[in-house]
Design a protein around this ligand. Structure first.
Ligand code: ADP
Ligand code: MG
Length: 384
């Protein structure tokens, strides 16, 4: 089974030709609008820029990024549905830029299931094997195995219209996996499902990955999907790779302000225009020492941004004074929204036993900070 290597892959979608019905002024307006789109070149929309990575055989990698960041484009390039404008994609060291999708050992699962409506669950799942003229007993055995893993065994005679969203997506996954592709690509497959169903399917997906040892590449804008599924996360923004690291590094050492606030719930508290001088900075009227072990570039006096996660802020008997604004109980946490003068801050406190609203609007509290967990970013938002 292959390692996949992307080398400096860039994808530019040419602008639509503006002809025909529009007069000159309208045409110019459309062209101007296209050029003013956030990440465009003179030739078109840049969906992916100088993207490089290696995905090893059998890995489970998640590509995480907001809508429009180039995730689907990247998957489509791996699947062979798009050919990169520049750069190279290799499977096991061999250049695959021009190899068609049918000739790659890759399958893809989409958000909208795309099942055959008039075929039963069994027929939908068995179809890829029937096409290959696999013997009947073998098909039966394979369908049985995968349906047990995906909890579909009692649904085999049903039609897609009689299934829930979660069941439909399970059928789609089973149908893709039964071919035993070496690479399985998922493009936001759980977007249409509710929170509980998503959580269940994530677990099943992990079990499938273990059972089949196939490379899984999973695209999502949802950090919960990413954090729960991945061994490694690649973060994309505006078609540019931001991070490509194990989950713990993504969380503990975000390389820039964007990653810091995109991963983690609630989003990290970040304060701009904080003066760094002699390795210390003043925040909320208090002097904090920057952690010299983590940061090398502390000598220059400069304006920085300082971040701290809600879980690294603690309510105590003394410390920085804050006023509670409102409180949200979410899962096992209390999310406390407060203000320190005109600065907002979010604090996360683990609920010990029962939910009890200890903090009321207008209440004064005192805050302490895990001082080695401050995140420092320069004027451009890059980690110091
Ligand atoms: P994501 O999946 O992260 O939402 P996409 O890969 O679909 O992002 O799109 C990335 C960028 O490329 C977007 O700006 C999108 O509008 C543009 N794009 C994608 N496909 C095409 C296409 N076929 N033609 C023109 N622009 C496209
Ligand atoms: Mg997409």
């Amino acid at each position: 089974m292959p390692d996949i290597k992307l080398e400096d892959v860039t994808m530019i979608f040419p602008f639509a030709k503006v002809t025909g019905l529009f007069d000159r002024k309208q045409k110019q307006k459309i062209l101007d609008e296209q050029k003013n789109m956030p990440y465009t070149s003179n030739e078109g929309v840049i969906a992916l820029q100088h993207f490089s990575t290696v995905i090893n055989d059998g890995e489970f990698v998640v590509i995480l990024g907001p809508s429009g960041s180039g995730k689907s484009t990247l998957l489509r390039i791996i699947a062979g549905l798009e050919r990169p404008t520049l750069g190279k994609i290799c499977f096991d060291g061999e250049e695959y830029n021009g190899v068609r999708a049918e000739d790659r050992d890759v399958a893809m699962v989409f958000q909208n299931y795309s099942l055959y409506p008039n075929q039963t669950v069994y027929e939908n799942i068995a179809f890829p094997l029937q096409v290959k003229h696999t013997p009947r007993e073998e098909i039966d055995a394979e369908v049985k195995k995968i349906c047990e893993l995906l909890k579909l065994s009692d649904k085999l005679e049903k039609l897609p219209q009689d299934l829930s969203g979660g069941e439909k997506q399970r059928v789609a996954i089973a149908r893709s996996l039964i071919k035993k592709p070496s690479v399985l690509l998922f493009d936001e497959p759980f977007s249409n499902l509710d929170v509980i169903m998503r959580a269940r399917l994530r677990n099943e997906l992990k079990a499938l990955h273990e059972a089949y040892h196939t490379t899984f590449i999973y695209v999502t804008h949802d950090q919960y999907d990413a954090l729960s599924l991945a061994e490694r996360i690649i973060i994309l923004k505006d078609g540019i790779k931001q991070m490509d690291d194990p989950v713990s590094d993504i969380y503990n050492y975000p390389v820039n302000r964007f990653c810091a606030q995109f991963v983690g719930f609630p989003p990290m508290n970040v304060y701009d225009d904080v003066c760094l001088k002699d390795g210390s900075f003043n925040l909320f009227g208090h002097e904090f020492k920057a952690d010299r072990k983590q940061y090398k570039k502390l000598n220059k006096t400069r304006n920085i941004s300082v971040g701290i996660r809600g879980s690294n802020v603690h309510i105590d008997d003394h410390g920085v004074e804050a006023i509670v604004e409102y409180v949200e109980p979410i899962e096992a946490d209390l999310i406390i929204h407060a203000a320190i003068d005109d600065k907002k801050i979010v604090i996360v406190e683990r609920m010990k036993k029962n939910y009890e609203n200890k903090y009321l609007r207008g209440q004064k509290v005192f805050l302490n900070f895990d001082e080695d967990r401050f995140h420092l970013f320069d004027e451009d938002g890059e980690r110091l």
